[in-house]
Design a protein around this ligand. Structure first.
Ligand SMILES: NC(=O)C1=CN([C@@H]2O[C@H](COP(=O)(O)OP(=O)(O)OC[C@H]3O[C@@H](n4cnc5c(N)ncnc54)[C@H](OP(=O)(O)O)[C@@H]3O)[C@@H](O)[C@H]2O)C=CC1
Ligand SMILES: CC(=O)C(=O)O
Ligand SMILES: [Mg+2]
Length: 606
């Protein structure tokens, strides 16, 4: 029998274990003798967790990377010791997909659909990705926002098997060894969280793991990065969430969050180990860190590592793309518009800065000038110069000269923005009064040019429960005038006999293609111009059909093509900036991106 052993790590040796296939001896009870004596061991006796790894027979069926279930052909069943381990039927991948989609659709509770998808990922990776790619609009809300939010809240209860690396304070001093415990060696993309700001749900500690797992599933399904090159990581420094600390099923460290030096030392050890283990070209995506750490980590590691903060930078690129695309519907040029944000954290200030950068590029005015048409409201009201001394550093550039304004509704009335962006993480904050005031402010434009649809309202906060308003509220309260998009998806809405479609303004449009562009060009650093390149590529993919529906984003059904275009534009910028190391530059970068993309079709086994 030919057993194909998985590659060993450097310095490892094969233990000459007894294969269960070698001379099994019948026992009195009619079973097979327990050659290791494990079944007879008591809890107090030490035993060795013997294991062997072969890509054939029973273990092949339990290896999600290679398992094909009923799709193993007759020939493969013979060649790989599968006879009798499967029922006689041979299915196609299409039939398997049809069956599982049918089963998933039977579940009424979204979390059941989520666990069904995670179980599939654990069982048959290629089938999981085939489902996700072919049914992206239906399954994205399950493996990603909003359902992944609920999954994180209940992660301890639904936890079955680890899907990523858990690096806690207990691993301090050993992080390089911990990385080596992960079975895959050639990692290209790491998504890491410390669980402190999971979507708009706050501190979920170690249970934030659902986010890197979900984001990386999208890296593969939407961006074509192969699954074995993706590594989800959760850094566990404790949690300040009392509910979790008192939950008997909580899976993380039961302590308050470490801060200051202890926190930064652990993060530094992690970042150093990552570079040492995977090299300079591994992409580290920071995800859902609280803003008191996120900006600092990005600034610190942006000059030494290939890092990217999705919440600050990915969100900025997706929103800029949506606004630029929306100009066809709302009229004017980007510099003509006035922006008001509710929420001045990672997403809010990140978006504001990229919009200001793009305005500066277009007007050739200094960025300080461009910032003046962008206003932000935080939990204490409008950010104005009289507050400058008490503001966090990332808010300071937005402290414009103005009287203090305490509430959003007052700010809408005095600033009179054409674009309103919600990035506060607090649901229901775009009230009827706010949407009506936005609409009234912009009535004069729409009456002069009836073709225009103003205002543009983006309710970015996730999951759906935290959305600043619903699509129905936006359309109804604006009497059908608003262009609306949201971070989590909403179904089409009927208002006054017309169907209104809203887009999903979510960084999921950007990070998979952005990451692919970095990986395929061998980029060593991220540059703001690459974000502008990604944003431009996305805006250019919005079709006439989408515009006709009032949407400022292309459909997710086209996402692989969109990601290839984003990747190509990002890679082109990396080459132009001299930050690409994969030389020579491929001539046709879109074709090259497509050729790099993982496809989930089954492969034939010899
Ligand atoms: N659609 C998408 O692709 C993305 C969506 N998001 C979503 O955006 C939200 C915010 O994320 P992020 O920016 O990282 O979070 P941060 O915690 O960094 O920022 C939140 C901001 O909202 C402000 N805020 C909180 N409550 C209120 C309130 N009641 N009124 C006014 N302002 C308030 C905070 O004010 P203060 O500073 O005074 O505390 C802070 O400025 C989350 O729900 C997240 O899911 C994030 C990234 C991408
Ligand atoms: C989408 C995303 O990254 C967030 O809500 O945090
Ligand atoms: Mg995020």
């Amino acid at each position: 029998m030919e057993n194909t052993l998985k590659p060993l790590r450097d310095g490892e040796c094969v233990l000459d274990v007894l294969s269960p296939r070698s001379t099994p001896r019948p026992t009195v009870a009619g079973g097979v003798e327990d050659v290791y004596g494990e079944d007879r061991a008591t809890e107090d006796q030490l035993v060795t967790p013997w294991t062997f790894s072969v890509a054939s027979g029973y273990s092949l069926l339990r290896d999600p990377q290679y398992n094909k279930g009923l799709a193993f052909t007759e020939k493969e069943r013979d060649a790989h010791y599968l006879r009798g381990l499967l029922p006689p039927t041979v299915s196609s991948q299409q039939l398997q997909e049809k069956k599982i989609m049918h089963n998933i659709r039977q579940y009424e509770v979204p979390l059941q659909k989520y666990t069904a998808m995670m179980d599939l990922q654990e069982r048959n990776e290629r089938l999981f990705y085939k489902l996700l790619i072919d049914n992206v609009e239906e399954l994205l809300p399950i493996v990603y926002t909003p359902v992944v939010g609920e999954a994180c809240q209940k992660y301890g209860s639904i936890f079955k098997r680890p899907q990523g690396l858990y690096i806690s304070l207990k691993e301090k001093g050993k992080i390089l060894e911990v990385l080596k415990n992960w079975p895959e060696r050639s990692i290209q993309v790491i998504v890491v969280t410390d669980g402190e700001r999971i979507l708009g749900l706050g501190d979920l500690g170690c249970q934030g793991m659902g986010i890197p797992v979900g984001k990386l599933a999208l890296y593969t399904a939407l961006g074509g990065v192969r699954p074995s090159a993706c590594l989800p990581v959760t850094i566990d420094v404790g949690t300040n969430n009392e509910k979790l600390l008192n939950d008997e099923f909580y899976i993380g460290l039961r302590q308050k969050r470490a801060t200051g030096k202890e926190y930064y030392d652990l993060l530094h050890e992690f970042m150093s180990a990552v570079k040492q283990n995977y090299g300079e070209k591994v992409l580290v995506q920071f995800e859902d860190f609280a803003n008191h750490n996120a900006f600092e980590l990005l600034a610190k590691y942006g000059t030494t590592h290939l890092v990217f903060n999705d919440d600050i930078q990915g969100t900025a690129a997706v929103v800029l793309a949506g606004v630029v695309a929306a100009l066809k519907l709302i009229g004017g040029t980007l510099p003509d518009h006035k922006f008001l944000f509710l929420g001045a954290g990672e997403a809010g200030t990140g978006i504001a800065e990229l919009i200001a950068l793009e305005i500066s590029k277009q007007t050739k005015a200094p960025i300080e000038e461009s910032r003046k048409q962008i206003w932000l409201v935080d939990s204490k009201g409008l950010i104005v110069s009289s507050r400058a001394n008490s503001l966090q550093h990332f808010k300071k550039p937005w402290a414009h000269e103005h009287e203090p304004v305490g509430t959003l509704i007052e700010a809408v009335k005095v600033i009179k923005p054409t674009v309103l962006i919600g990035s506060s993480g607090v649901g229901k904050t775009f009230t009827k009064e706010v949407v009506e005031a936005m609409t009234a402010n912009n009535k004069k434009y729409t009456s002069i040019m009836p073709g225009l649809q103003i205002p543009l309202i983006l309710a970015l906060s996730n999951p759906t429960s935290q959305s600043e308003c619903t699509a129905e509220e936006a359309y109804t309260w604006s009497e059908g005038r608003a262009i609306f998009a949201s971070g989590s998806p909403f179904d089409p809405v009927e208002y006054n006999g017309k169907i209104y479609y809203s887009g999903q303004s979510n960084n999921a449009y950007i990070f998979p293609g952005f990451g692919l562009g970095l990986v395929m060009s061998g980029a060593i650093r991220v540059h703001d111009d690459m974000l502008l390149a990604a944003s431009e590529a996305l805006a250019n993919q919005v079709t006439e059909e989408s515009y006709k529906k009032g949407m400022t984003y292309p459909p997710f059904t086209d996402i692989r093509k969109i990601s290839a275009n984003i990747a190509a534009n990002v890679a082109a910028k990396a080459y132009e900036l001299g930050l690409a190391t994969h030389l020579p530059r491929p001539e046709n970068l879109v074709k090259y991106a497509e050729s790099c993309m993982y496809t989930p079709l089954y492969r034939n086994y010899r």
